[in-house]
Design a binder for this molecule. Structure first.
Ligand code: HEM
Length: 453
């Protein structure tokens, strides 16, 4: 890739400085991944980086990132990152390459139809009420543990009617945390290390097996009953991919991979966003007060229904601004399947192309004062330039659960704030932890009951 220059003097393509012999930029990336990725736009719109033997081009311009993710024929889920993801997670909807993707996507789509959201919102409210029932005025809450329980439990209940097989549903509940924790570690470790009989590897393999066994057992149970159930599993089982007039239903193995993929895609991402939202709200009392007013005016003392959410524009703006500042899927990659051009540059076949929602969503040219938490920027906002909001991706591989996730986040924010005030506890500001998902580290918040003050 040759280097060009813009009128501003900034290279359109460049190389990130500070590469070490052999390691390349791996040290800078591991030391402070967010600082490293945010430093790259200064070196061009397409910036070459190297992590050990792995070379990649990082796309630093929103419109170019948009071109990459909306052209899945050329920029597919190939390359080392996705190979590892398939090894660790299996061939689910997220990890599969384009040729297999359309079929699976058509089967999953009906489960996320807008018409199903009111029912899902009821379940979210139910789980929230149970989770908060034991909360006490003045208590300090470990936030991430709460949000992960909330999102895992919601997904489990939305997916399977508990009464269908309580033991198998319990198996999913137990397996999920170990599985979620293990995915990132295994993606970064060599395959040989993942095969060693270490406690963490054993826990992961056990959890994966338990999740798979529980899901397969549930699927068998669902297939063998005529009882009508109003859950996601029933919708998935009814789904058939009809192409050229031929119906093609998923077998049990494929169905289990799809369901596992949904759990992995949906629980940790939404949990991290809910933790960030609670933390940012606690940190900004003026935002919290405006939220409280909106929620009280619209809901009174009711829990939010799905239909209410459209009448809560400030709550939505708070959630959107949280996702802008801390996109859970902060960095993703593609591999080129043929030689192509991007931003006027020739990109050879087999190039690793990286894009980052964190990077584009912190560009001052797109979002003035990019590091400030300003929910108002989303009130009456136009949709912005292509590629400027990449939280859920774009194009054919856009997140299938985006409406579900937004509903979950709005339900948790509105549902909590009508009863509780969130306060930060003394200590340094929480820094993000950039793993597979962008988390806040060990957030604790104090709960102040609105009834008690
Ligand atoms: C705040 C929460 C969430 C965020 C930030 C998020 C983000 C994303 C992103 C960026 C992608 C695209 C990946 C890529 O292009 O390589 C994606 C895909 C996907 N997400 Fe989400 N997601 C969230 C919640 C959920 C939930 C709750 C579910 C389901 C229960 C879900 C299911 C999926 C699926 C199935 C895909 C694969 C879509 C495809 O390739 O066709 N996500 N998500």
């Amino acid at each position: 890739m040759s280097s060009k220059t813009r009128s501003s003097g900034v290279a359109v393509t460049g190389t990130a400085p500070g590469a070490l012999p052999l390691l390349g930029h791996a040290v800078a990336l591991l030391r402070d991944p967010l600082r490293f990725i945010a430093s790259l736009p200064a070196h061009g719109d397409l910036v070459s980086v190297r992590f050990g033997p792995l070379r990649a081009v990082v796309v630093c311009d929103p419109e170019l990132a948009h071109q990459v993710i909306t052209n899945e024929k050329v920029f597919d889920k190939t390359g080392p990152l996705w190979r590892r993801a398939r090894e660790v997670e299996g061939e689910g909807l997220i990890t599969t390459v384009r040729a297999e993707h359309r079929r699976q996507r058509r089967m999953v789509q009906p489960a996320f139809h807008r018409a199903r959201m009111p029912h899902y919102a009821e379940i979210m409210n139910e789980v929230l009420a149970e989770e908060t029932a034991s909360w006490e005025h003045g208590q300090v809450l470990p936030v991430s543990a709460f949000t992960l329980r909330f999102t895992s439990e919601t997904t489990a209940r939305v997916m399977f009617t508990e009464a269908s097989d309580p033991e198998a549903v319990a198996g999913i509940r137990v397996a999920l945390p170990d599985l979620v924790r293990g995915v990132f570690r295994r993606m970064l470790s060599p395959t040989a290390v993942n095969r060693l009989p270490l406690p963490a590897n054993r826990a992961f393999v056990r959890a994966r097996q338990q999740l798979q066994d529980s899901i397969e057992r549930l699927i068998t149970g669902y297939r063998s009953t005529d009882e009508k159930r109003d859950d996601m599993m029933a919708v998935l089982l009814a789904a058939q991919d009809v192409e050229n007039g031929v119906a093609d239903a998923p077998d049990d193995e494929e169905m289990a991979a799809m369901v596992t993929g949904l759990f992995l895609a949906g629980t940790e991402t939404t949990s991290a966003s809910a933790s960030w939202a609670m933390y940012l709200i606690a940190e900004h009392p003026e935002v919290q007060e405006r939220l409280r007013l909106e929620i009280e005016t619209v809901l009174g003392d009711r829990a939010p229904t799905y239909e209410d959410l459209i009448h809560l524009p400030y709550t939505r703006a708070v959630v959107t601004e949280t996702l802008r500042l801390y996109p859970p899927a902060w960095v993703l990659a593609r591999g080129t399947t043929s030689r192509t051009t991007l931003g006027g540059q020739t990109i050879p076949s087999g190039t690793n192309v990286v894009y980052s929602a964190y990077l584009v969503q912190r560009l001052a040219k797109v979002y003035p004062e990019p590091d400030s938490f300003r929910p108002e920027r989303w009130l009456n906002a136009s949709s912005g330039c292509p590629g400027s909001f990449l939280v859920f991706g774009e194009g054919a591989r856009k997140c299938a659960g985006d409406t579900f996730a937004l509903t979950q986040l709005m339900v948790v924010v509105a549902g909590l704030l009508r009863r509780w005030e969130l306060r930060t506890v003394p200590g340094p500001r929480k820094r993000p932890r950039a793993r597979a998902v962008l988390h806040p580290r060990h957030v604790k918040l104090q709960l102040v009951s609105r009834g008690a003050v």
